[in-house]
Each structure stands twice: as C-alpha cells, then as structure tokens.
Design a protein around this ligand. Structure first.
Ligand code: PLP
Length: 390
C-alpha cells in the first residue's frame, strides 16, 4: 500500500530531505503533531463501488461538500473521478471553484445554489447551482442569458423537508417559465428528511411526491437518495444517487451492521504516563478524582482538534481492543485517559493510541459524544499529520 504524507496542514515549512538525526520527513511531521490522521483512499473507492452495486440502475455521484466531510476534497475527488465518478456535489460556490481546479471535466453541482452576485462565477467555472426558488431562477436565467449559456439547469423541489426547494405546486409554472427561456431542466432533485429511519412514512411520501413530478419534466434526470436513501430500495434510486457520508465510512444504516469500509483512523501521541494516588483531582475543575491508585496517560489531542469536549468523562482511547476511558475534562490540546488496565509497558511515552479506529469508528465516537459520525468527520482538526493510503 502506497503511503503519501501531506505535511501542509500541519507543518508547511519542513524541508523535504532526511533530517540528520535519522528521522525521516514523515516521522518528523508526525513527531511535530499531536495526532496522526490516516485516510484510506482505497476504502473510499471500495465504498463508491459498493454503492454503485447497491444502486445498479442509477448514476452514482459523490458529495464532496465541506472538504469531502473533512477528509480533503482535493485528494478524494480525483481518486473517485479516476474510477468513473463524473458528477460531484458541493454546498457552496467557493467549494465548487476550488474543486474545478482538480476536476476539469466533471459536472459539479452546488447544493446551496448561487448567492446573488455569484452567478457569473458559477458560469465561469462551469458550476451548476441547484435552483431552490424563483429568485434564484430569475437571477440565474438573467446571468445565463448575458453569458450566452444555453445549458441545462438543476432545480430542487421540497417534497417534505421544508429546507430547500420549490413547492410542488410550483411545478407546472416552473416548467412553463423555463420553456420560455434558453434553458432546459437537466436535473430535478429533492432530499429525504428521514432516510436513516427505514420505517418512517415520510420516506414513501417523499418518493411518491417526486415521482409525481416526472411527467412534468419528462426529459430531466431525477435524484432523491443520499447515502441512507440508497438502502431504502431501488424505488428510491431514480436516475442519480448522491451519497456523501457512506463514501467516508459512516454507516448509512444506523442500528445495523455497517456495510461500508472504514476510511479514517485517528491516533494520538502519548505525551506523558504517570501513576497518581487515590484522591487525586484530574484535569480542569477536578471533574474526575482517582478512586484509588491510577495510571494515567496524557494524549496530545483536544477539543481544538475536533475531539469533542462533550467526551469529557465519557470518551475513549483504544489500545487495540482495550478501551482506555477519558478521565475528566477534554482540554483544548490534550486529554487524560486511564491506562490502569493496560499491561505494563504497553502504553509508553511517544506511543500512539487510537481515538478513531478499528475498535471504535466514527459512528461509535459520535454516539459517545452525543452527536453523529458526520459531525465527528467534519470537525476533524487541521493540526494532524495527515497520511493518505492507496
Ligand atoms: C449532504 C447532502 C447529501 C449527501 O448526504 P449523505 O447523507 O452524506 O450521503 C446529498 N444531498 C443533499 C441535498 C445534501 O445536502
């Protein structure tokens, strides 16, 4: 497996030669950072292919908004393009401008649409804003006319989430309005509110609502399902599916075995190991107190790195399969874990322990923190030494 180090998020100033104390550049970058984040691009490709197999009748786009959920859109998107993904979604125009540099050929949709004044930038970078309402449609139509652009446009309908999109009752008028313009409707999309709850009656209701629009836009491609929607069955796949989280290893079927390959491993450096007597107050506010003699390890990752402060007193580090509980409060740059149960010599100065890994993935950490795997990923900090595999 190829291993490439990307020193830039951590230490852009490191010389690209062996340092004369014998440490390689990679070891030095890792030594200068409190945590090591490994992102398995091969696993992202396998997840893309698994989703393609799950939705065989549909085109599979990739959602790479928020810097590919924190994993680096500039690294993730080209790898997906190389295995045949030709359609990408971002949330913001600036993300699309950045992505266009890495993907000269792909179709790039902007989910939040173009804010007033951003239409010309979209046209210049061949970005397709999702038109979510009349104001956006008129502004886009005007900008497109001025630029001489006659291509297809993407429209979203609100089928039951009250977040983005035209009302379903707008459909006939929208179709007529676009027929008068130089544009055509290339994509009609909507988004499921409750796709991670398969039994929720909102799912078939939203599916039936978007299906009712098909005859009004007979030539458009239709899209409804994101990661979880793909697992609701083929009647949700329509022409195009738009997974994000599942590509990055988040389970699209919460409560069931995760069908996706894990993508992220986060390890933290052991800065210090000590034994404290019973009664010792540990960390800020002495929020924890040692019930008896306790062996503690201090790790160099904290809430400034996106390790949630809500994990105070309830998060975990892992030594292979052995859980090492977080003791006391998560600090900005460090946490303290109880290593009393680790066999002697197995947790030492300079070692790495897993914070996200085989024993506890992004969904598990999200659960402990009272959030979801999505937020764990998108919170991953900028200070880690990042390694990309595959
Ligand atoms: C974020 C998003 C997606 C991807 O969702 P996942 O649950 O991460 O697969 C798809 N469509 C829209 C409209 C989104 O906002």
């Amino acid at each position: 497996m190829e291993c490439a180090i990307d020193p830039s998020p951590c230490r852009p100033d490191i010389a690209s030669h062996e340092i004369d104390d014998g440490y390689s550049e990679i070891a030095l970058v890792e030594a200068t950072c409190g945590g090591r984040l490994t992102i398995d691009l091969g696993a992202i490709v396998r997840n893309y292919q698994a989703l393609t197999a799950q939705a065989p009748g549909a085109r599979v786009a990739a959602v790479v908004k928020a810097d590919a959920y924190g994993l680096g859109a500039g690294r993730v998107a080209p790898v997906l393009a190389a295995v045949g993904c030709d359609t990408f979604f971002v949330a913001q125009v600036q993300e699309g401008i950045d992505l266009r540099r890495d993907l000269p050929m792909a179709r790039i949709f902007v989910l939040n649409g173009a804010a007033p004044g951003a239409e010309a930038a979209c046209l210049a970078h061949r970005l397709e804003p999702v038109l979510n309402g009349w104001d956006a449609l008129e502004a886009w139509s005007r900008a497109a006319r001025i630029a001489g652009f006659r291509g297809p446009c993407a429209v979203q309908f609100d089928t039951g989430m009250a977040r983005f999109g035209f009302a379903r009752s707008d459909a006939e008028r929208l179709s007529a309005r676009i027929a008068q313009s130089d544009m055509t409707v290339g994509l009609v999309m909507s988004h499921l509110a409750c796709a991670d709850t398969p039994g929720d009656p909102a799912n078939p209701a939203q599916r039936d609502a978007i299906m009712a629009l098909r005859p009004i836009f007979p030539r458009a491609a239709f899209s409804l399902a994101a990661s979880s929607g793909i697992f609701l069955g083929s009647s949700y796949h329509l022409d195009l599916v738009r997974p994000g989280a599942a590509l990055y290893g988040v389970s699209p079927v919460p409560g069931n075995a995760n069908p996706m390959a894990p993508v992220v491993r986060l390890e933290s450096r052991v800065v210090q190991v000590r034994t404290v007597p019973g009664g010792t107050g540990i960390g800020y506010g002495h929020a924890a107190r040692a019930p008896g003699p306790m062996r503690l390890a201090t790790l160099a990752v904290g809430y400034a790195d996106g390790f949630p402060r809500s994990l105070s007193g309830r998060g975990s580090a892992w030594l292979h399969g052995l859980r090492l509980p977080v003791v006391g409060r998560v600090s900005m740059d460090s946490i303290v874990v109880d290593v009393s149960r680790a066999p002697d010599g197995t947790v030492a100065y300079g070692d790495f322990l897993d914070l996200i890994g085989p024993a506890n993935g992004v969904d598990g950490v999200g659960k402990e923190a009272g959030t979801i795997g999505y937020e764990v990923l998108t919170s991953l900090g900028r200070r880690y030494a990042r390694r990309y595999l595959g």
